[in-house]
Design a protein around this ligand. Structure first.
Ligand SMILES: [Zn+2]
Ligand SMILES: [Zn+2]
Length: 288
C-alpha cells in the first residue's frame, strides 16, 4: 500500500481532506445519513450560538475578554480541542465500535470555553491580512469583521445546495485542520508518534470494565490477582487484565497496554488526534 509517491511533494500527499473523504466514501449510506443529520444539527446549534454572541454586546464582550486573557498556549489548546471535536463527531461513521462515554466526555466543552472557541474560529475564518492592512491602525473591530465573514460564508454554504456533502464539508475541513494544527502546535508529539505518549484519557480509564483474575499474575506488579470481579480490570481494546490500582498508576503516565502496547484513548488532544487519525487512514484504505 505504498501511497502515491511521485507527486512531487511526498511529505504532503495525499491531502488530509482527501484521506477523510476517501474514508467517508467507504461508509455505508445507512450509517452516513444519521451522521449527516447529526452534523447539520450541530452546525445549526453552533451558528445560532455565534449569532447570539454577535447580537448581544455584553456576551460578545465577555467571550472576547476571556479569549484575550488566555495566554497563547491556552488559545492553542482550546483551538486543538474544538478541532478535535469535529474529528470526533465524524468518527462514529468511521469506527462505530469506539467508546461513546469517552467520546461524549471529549465533546463536552463548558459554555464559556465554547463561546471563546467560536469567536476564535470565526476570527480565523473572517480575518484577512489585506483588509487589516487597509484599515486604520486603530484596533480591529472584531464584531464587524466577524459579521462580514459570517454573512459571506452563509451565502457560499447555501450555494452548495442540499447535498449530504454540504453538511459534511465543514467538519471534514475542521478535522483536516485539526491534524495539521497538531503537526504545527505539538511537534514533540510527532516525535513520539505511535509510541503512545502521555496519560490515558480519564474518561476511558473510568470506563474500564471490571474483570476477574484469570489465574495469571498481574503483569505490572507480578502478584496474583483474585478470581473475583473486584480490584481487577480489563483494558480496552485488548482485554489484558491487571490490578485496578496497578492499571490506574500505569495509565496515569502512558496510554498503552503494558503487555501488548495496544493504545487507549489519550488525555492529551494532540496525542489523541494522531491516534484517531491513524484510524481514519485505516478506513480510507478500506481496512475498516
Ligand atoms: Zn498488579
Ligand atoms: Zn494488552
Amino acid at each position: 500500500m505504498e501511497a502515491s509517491h511521485g507527486h512531487g511533494h511526498p511529505p504532503l500527499a495525499p491531502s488530509l481532506s482527501e484521506t477523510l473523504m476517501a474514508a467517508l466514501l467507504n461508509v455505508p449510506a445507512a450509517r452516513l445519513h444519521p451522521l449527516v443529520r447529526a452534523l447539520a444539527a450541530d452546525a445549526r446549534r453552533l451558528r445560532c450560538r455565534l449569532a447570539f454572541l454577535l447580537l448581544s454586546p455584553p456576551h460578545f464582550a465577555r467571550a472576547l475578554a476571556r479569549l484575550r486573557s488566555m495566554p497563547l498556549p491556552g488559545k492553542a489548546a482550546l483551538l486543538g480541542r474544538v478541532l478535535l471535536r469535529s474529528l470526533l463527531l465524524l468518527l462514529p461513521a468511521l469506527c462505530p465500535a469506539g467508546g461513546d462515554d469517552y467520546r461524549r466526555n471529549h465533546l463536552l466543552l463548558p459554555q464559556p470555553d465554547l463561546d471563546a472557541a467560536l469567536l476564535l474560529l470565526a476570527m480565523c475564518d473572517s480575518y484577512s491580512p489585506a483588509a487589516a492592512a487597509s484599515s486604520s491602525p486603530s484596533p480591529v473591530d472584531w464584531r464587524a469583521v466577524i459579521v462580514d465573514g459570517v454573512v459571506a460564508s452563509a451565502l457560499s454554504v447555501s450555494g452548495l445546495g442540499p447535498t449530504p456533502w454540504a453538511a459534511l464539508a465543514p467538519y471534514v475541513d475542521a478535522a483536516a485542520k485539526c491534524r495539521r494544527f497538531v503537526d504545527v502546535a505539538a511537534p514533540s508529539a510527532a516525535a513520539k508518534d505511535g509510541g503512545g505518549s502521555g496519560a490515558a484519557s480519564h474518561a476511558a480509564v473510568l470506563a474500564l470494565p471490571p474483570a476477574a483474575g484469570d489465574g495469571a499474575p498481574c503483569a505490572i506488579c507480578r502478584e496474583a490477582m483474585p478470581p473475583v470481579r473486584r480490584g481487577v480490570c480489563a483494558l480496552r481494546p485488548c482485554g489484558h487484565r491487571f490490578h485496578l490500582r496497578c492499571a490506574l498508576r500505569w495509565l496515569a503516565r502512558r496510554n498503552t497496554c503494558p503487555c501488548c502496547r495496544a493504545e487507549l484513548p489519550a488525555q492529551d488532544a494532540a496525542v489523541e488526534t494522531r491516534r484517531l487519525w491513524r484510524a481514519v487512514e485505516r478506513t480510507a484504505r478500506g481496512g475498516g
